[in-house]
Design a binder for this molecule. Structure first.
Ligand code: ZN
Length: 369
């Protein structure tokens, strides 16, 4: 062995010994985003041409056709950030047309059980309703916020007001900004957001428009610099329930733009650039059977296929374009995946949680910027 090789070997040994400390020093960060009920069919196939032409579901079929149907690439026209950035530099799982698979593992196929599964890493059979009330479960966000190195550095911004319960804001002490609630304004931007949110028409009592959630999320990144940020958008589900396919598609496109803005903000901020993982997923799918109204709804057993989802991830530790694994990616694996991206041992959170998704670069390459 030459001296040079000897030095390299010694350095590698030292790095291996310093593993956990190194992970801490790198100050890994995580942004976890959910897009409520956006189906894998829309993500991977783009707009459904038959539905987009149906006057029952669409106000102006010609406009929708030009924007989302008669385009060179339908999936890219609808969710360009997911396809052009995340799928290329990271992973986009759940394309069942090409051997992919992602799904919730709970037996309910609607929101509260889905978010509980995503955020705790396991199914709670006691959660059978969106009106479940305050969750007894400790989410990965609450757990992180209780660790010394993350204390006070975890934030949640959500469109749906039920996140106060899912994240157990009253007990967990997590700062949760959800629904039409207006947090105390600390910056000129938050003053403007609060004023506009108070003055805008409302369509759903429990779900604010996503632009406010997004505005607060961006300002939270800028002002609080949390190590972990959870953002949950809601319009893609609510417009679909109303049978407004045009608004559902436009919301999907808008939310994809929000994801791109979040990612750009992270890359432009030295506190986050090169050390932040973005994970994006959904709480459930939508019905897939022959009924033309199936897409509007979800839930077991009435709406078959609405357990099918998708999961996306991009970040310094994520191996780009990982081929679909044989196992179906589960919503119960998201929490552990986030913890692994933070350089933490997910079993310390909950050994019964789903294991991290096999989407990481080989050990030793994880810390490469
Ligand atoms: Zn729904």
């Amino acid at each position: 062995m030459t001296l040079r090789r000897l030095l390299i070997a010694a350095f590698a040994l030292a790095l291996a010994a310093a593993g956990p400390a190194l992970a801490r020093d790198l100050d890994h960060r995580l942004v976890l985003v959910t897009v409520d009920g956006l189906s894998w069919q829309e993500v991977f196939r783009g707009a459904d041409p038959v539905r987009a032409a149906d006057k029952t579901f669409v106000e102006d079929p010609a406009a929708l056709k030009a924007r989302f149907v008669e385009v060179p690439d339908r999936p890219r026209a609808l969710t360009p950030f997911l396809h052009d950035v995340v799928a290329r530099q990271g992973v986009l799982l759940g394309d069942r047309d090409h051997g992919g698979c992602a799904a919730v593992t709970n037996d309910m196929w609607f929101s509260y059980p889905g978010y509980n599964e995503i955020l705790t890493g396991r199914v709670d059979p006691a959660i059978k309703s969106n009106e479940h009330g305050l969750s007894k479960n400790v989410t990965v966000l609450e757990w992180l916020n209780g660790r010394p190195e993350f204390r006070g550095k975890v934030r949640a911004v959500a469109s749906w007001n039920v996140f106060d319960d899912i994240l157990a804001a009253a007990r967990s002490k997590l700062p949760v900004n959800a629904g039409w609630g207006t947090p105390a304004s600390r910056t000129p931007t938050e003053v403007t957001l609060a004023r506009l949110q108070g003055q805008t028409p409302r369509r759903w009592a429990g779900v604010r428009f996503d632009l406010f959630t997004h505005g607060y999320a961006l300002e939270t990144l800028k002002h609080d610099k949390p190590r972990v940020l959870f953002v949950s958008y809601g319009e893609t589900d609510d417009f679909a329930h109303e049978g407004l396919y045009d608004q559902t598609l436009i919301a999907a496109r808008r939310t994809d733009g929000f994801l791109g803005e979040l990612w750009a903000a992270l890359q432009a901020d030295p506190a986050y650039a090169g050390k932040t993982t973005l994970i994006v997923t959904t709480d459930h799918g939508r019905g897939t059977d022959e009924r033309t109204i199936a897409w509007k709804s979800h839930g077991k057993p009435q709406w078959p296929g609405s357990d099918q989802t998708w999961i996306a991830a991009i970040g310094p530790g994520i191996a780009p374009q990982t081929a679909p694994s044989k196992d179906c990616a589960g919503a119960n694996q998201v929490a552990a995946t986030g913890l692994q991206a933070l350089g933490l041992d997910w079993k310390a959170f909950d050994p019964a949680a789903g294991a991290p998704l096999p989407i990481f670069k080989a050990a030793g390459r994880v810390s490469q910027p």
